[in-house]
Write a protein that binds this ligand. Structure first.
Ligand SMILES: *[C@@H]1O[C@H](CO)[C@@H](O)[C@H](O)[C@H]1NC(C)=O
Ligand SMILES: *[C@@H]1O[C@H](CO)[C@@H](O)[C@H](O)[C@H]1NC(C)=O
Ligand SMILES: *[C@@H]1O[C@H](CO)[C@@H](O)[C@H](O)[C@H]1NC(C)=O
Ligand SMILES: *[C@@H]1O[C@H](CO)[C@@H](O)[C@H](O)[C@H]1NC(C)=O
Ligand SMILES: *[C@@H]1O[C@H](CO)[C@@H](O)[C@H](O)[C@H]1NC(C)=O
Ligand SMILES: *[C@@H]1O[C@H](CO)[C@@H](O)[C@H](O)[C@H]1NC(C)=O
Length: 501
């Protein structure tokens, strides 16, 4: 697989990748508020939650002059169901991931639907450097400019933000004794689990959904991610798997001549002439994200998609074969259209689409500093072979940020080696949910560690499917997973109240 395509997959937890990352305004460091943020400072409501801002410390760990700078951190707040401070009613906190917190809140219906049962307050905290929680006065060009500013984007700082905000919020609400339960999916799930390990005095438990906390060097095979995707497709149809597997060479061959490039542009209805590398990367993104979001009901997380989208993609590939549209390109076009054109609104496909509607761009930096999650493709599978190389990651990060990643920092800070032995003695009250259709599940905790460190594994599940809004069409296994999670959370809260007396 060409380097650009590969990087695309190396660097995302949930989103794609743009190289445009160069200019910045030199005014370091500024803690002045951006005018927009001042205006939105008062809380505003959209029917799901109120929006608030908290003045947060830029650096929790040092006492140098610049570490005392502040920024505005956004959080969303819904007290409709809250039983109140007098009843010590619980507080459910979503630990925000690498993107706009509103997007995650809107895709975490489970918390809204569960709140009434527990009379819980709902709080969704945005991760620093994302959405509206950008330090340096909200000025992205400065905040993302170079390591002197973006260096403050790290998981440890983010967890300390959450700790600080939760304590202050409880104080303001006079709810010191209200138990806090954490929720998070994907990177947010990693943060929820790590928060429970690091700050057990602040949260009584965490639901860490699809949290690949073991996807770090030495802990997991780098092949597991793409192996899972290949198995997902293969489980739908052997033919579909083989068509995709055989397609890369045809695309590369076509990319070698002008005539071939024209054919690619025509076959895939591309807006302009693109290289075969660009097309490969575009297609592998579609297959990868479809595997992550292979939900049993229609969804609109990354892109609008039908229920069971892998099945639909494979049907498109297999069906166009029976209709004698035998060209591989036509089959792939039909399949890719399910991912990129389910809304039927695309006039042509723009492969350089660098739009980032959910504001996930900072993940590139995280993947160049701490989040070294090895990914490679073994020989003879659905994607072109590509070995994981720390060195190529490091070279890229030198080029993009003038920085060298620290591949072992995450396991040093949060652990991971011999996790079963370690955590059964030192931790409690975490649910690790994983759906085995999800390529990230290979880096998840798939076996229970103790009575209170519970792994819930759904064979048919995809990326944090349990956190989504329920629907009437939900299969029984999904309803059962949610019920089990609710029971466990109820037991944590009950035990907490017992201890409080
Ligand atoms: C990094 O960015 C800061 C703030 O924008 C600027 O003052 C500084 O000169 C930049 N450093 C380098 C090495 O470009
Ligand atoms: C809280 O969420 C519920 C359920 O979605 C909604 O009905 C209610 O209006 C929300 N409350 C606020 C204050 O936004
Ligand atoms: C708590 O109240 C203070 C004073 O009104 C306010 O500045 C701060 O932002 C509040 N904390 C949170 C988490 O909202
Ligand atoms: C299309 O792009 C390729 C490189 O991506 C280039 O070599 C080729 O000449 C271009 N063809 C046309 C017709 O513009
Ligand atoms: C498709 O091909 C099969 C054999 O390969 C043939 O029997 C069938 O008539 C063809 N269908 C059409 C619509 O051309
Ligand atoms: C997207 O789907 C619509 C409706 O089927 C179709 O008219 C349009 O040509 C498709 N766009 C592309 C780029 O294939």
């Amino acid at each position: 697989m060409p380097l650009t395509a590969l990087l695309c997959h190396l660097l995302l937890l949930f989103f794609s990748f743009s190289l445009a990352f160069s200019h910045f305004i030199p005014s370091f460091p500024s803690s002045k508020l951006h005018p927009e943020l001042i205006n939105s400072h008062s809380s505003s409501s959209n029917g799901l939650y109120n929006t608030k801002f908290f003045t947060q410390s830029l650096d929790h760990f040092d006492y140098t002059p610049q570490s005392n700078h502040k920024f505005q951190q956004r959080y969303l707040f819904n007290d409709t169901y809250w039983g109140g401070a007098n009843n010590n009613a619980p507080i459910f906190v979503y630990t925000g991931n690498e993107g706009n917190i509103e997007w995650f809140a809107q895709n975490t219906g489970f918390m809204f639907e569960t709140a009434p049962r527990f009379q819980a307050l709902l709080v969704f905290i945005e991760h620093r450097f994302y959405g509206k929680s950008v330090p340096f006065g909200g000025n992205r060009e400065v905040a993302y400019g170079n390591t002197s500013t973006i260096g403050y984007l790290s998981s440890t700082q983010a967890l300390a933000d959450y700790a600080t905000l939760i304590i202050d919020l409880k104080k303001n609400l006079s709810a010191i004794d209200s138990p806090v339960v954490l929720f998070g999916g994907s990177y947010g799930g990693m943060l929820a689990a790590w928060f429970r390990l690091k700050y057990p005095h602040i949260a009584i438990g965490a639901l860490a959904s699809s949290a690949p906390i073991l996807h770090f060097p030495g802990l997991v095979s780098p092949y597991v991610f793409y192996d899972t995707i290949a198995n997902d497709f293969r489980s739908e149809s052997e033919n579909c798997y083989n068509v995709i597997k055989g397609s890369w060479k045809e695309i590369e061959d076509a990319g070698k001549t002008d005539k071939g490039l024209k054919l690619l542009q025509k076959s895939f209805r591309l807006c302009k002439n693109y290289s075969s590398d660009a097309l490969e990367s575009w297609l592998s993104s579609a297959w990868t994200y479809t595997a992550m979001t292979d939900y049993p009901t229609p969804s609109n997380f990354m892109n609008p998609l039908p229920a069971y989208p892998i099945k639909k993609i494979c049907e498109a590939i297999d069906k166009s074969a029976t209709e004698n549209k035998t060209s591989t390109f036509q089959r792939l076009y039909a399949a890719a259209s399910i991912y990129y054109n389910y809304s039927a609104s695309a006039t042509c496909f723009d492969l350089d689409d660098n739009s980032d509607p959910h504001d996930l761009g900072g993940w590139q930096w995280q993947a160049c500093s701490e989040m070294i999650m090895p990914l490679g493709v073994r020989k003879d599978t659905m994607f072109p072979q590509s070995e994981w190389s720390y060195q190529s990651r490091s070279d890229y990060c030198q080029f993009a940020y003038d920085t060298t990643p620290r591949p072992h920092w995450i396991t040093t800070e949060f652990g991971g080696y011999h996790i079963h032995q370690v955590l059964k003695r030192s931790a409690s009250n975490i649910i690790f949910f994983n759906g085995l259709r999800d390529p990230w599940s290979g880096g998840g905790v798939l076996k229970s560690i103790s009575k209170t460190l519970v792994a819930i594994v759904a064979k048919e599940g995809a990326h944090h499917v349990d956190l989504r809004y329920s629907t009437k069409e939900d299969p029984k296994w999904l309803t059962d997973v949610r019920e089990k999670e609710i029971k466990i959370i109820a037991s944590w809260i009950k035990q907490y109240y017992r201890d409080l007396q």
